[in-house]
Design a protein around this ligand. Sequence first.
Ligand code: SF4
Length: 331
Amino acid sequence: MGRIKQAADIWLSFSYSKLKSLFNCPFQFQCQYVLKKPRPKPIILAVGSALHYLAHLNNKRLYQSAESFGKAWLGFWAGVVSGKHGPDSFRAPPEPIGWKSANEAGYWFQQGRKILEEYYRRHQDWRASLDQSITIALKSEYRLTGVSWEGFRLNGIIDRLDEYPDGVDIVDLKMGKDDLAVVSSSFQPLFYQIGYERRCRNKFCSGKPLRGFVIENLITGEIQRIPTSGADRLAEFTRYLREASDYIRAILTQDQTLVRRLIHLHPQDVENFRFFPRLPRNLHCKNCAYTADCLAWESDHGPPPRILWIDRFIAASEQPQPHQPDLPFGP
Ligand code: SF4
């Protein structure tokens, strides 16, 4: 485990998850992105990461049958459960996982295998039906880092790029299904669209235009299609980035004059130089790993984020100790 990585200008660098976290709940954002507090990963997120990784391996055509793919899941998940590696890949460091019961690991052994075997069969049939001119998984788990946009750095990972004669699809794998209107109005496709235009189109996609986004449900195979965005939507996205950036910077530097205008975030937070939780707790708290911190915050707000943030820089100069992940079955 290396030193703690922390950029001094964290208000200039955004992934979709980071932006979403801020607008969902500023206190959750503080815990995860400012202080990087270690917390057990919610089980459903660990399973999602692990299934994504196996789908990525399948893009490399490593498996001869649905059964061998299912067995690969068993081996990989065993490594996650035993703390040999994390859920992101074989090389990922182990992560503590928020097991709620000893049955959960076993349940996902079976369930994950079933999901992936069906995924494999579905993809085999689909690929066999396609014309030779189509390249599925031209890129898989393609990392976008520091994509320059209006003074910001955008980051993300594209699950899959599929190339067709008339353009390229960006495919995002999801475990569940959201309403199409919600998915279409999310900013996630914009991170990908900008990333595609700046990092992929001319580099390895022969200058082909982006056809759109495809959301593929990993479990059911259901597909949702979202068109690309125009200039108005991109301008709106930039306004959100500016608001988020001003807000974070003003709180962490304790300088209110840095804020141009707040529409979606609360001016009260900036006046108090605090990332407030979005109370009362409700559906937005689903899968939040910081509920205990949030409950404690209600009785004692503790030092201002600026102090905690500076303390973290000081801590970064010390080598952290390796940790042993919590296992569901005990030692
Ligand atoms: S429990 Fe809810 S309100 Fe509290 S930090 Fe998490 S998301 Fe925010």
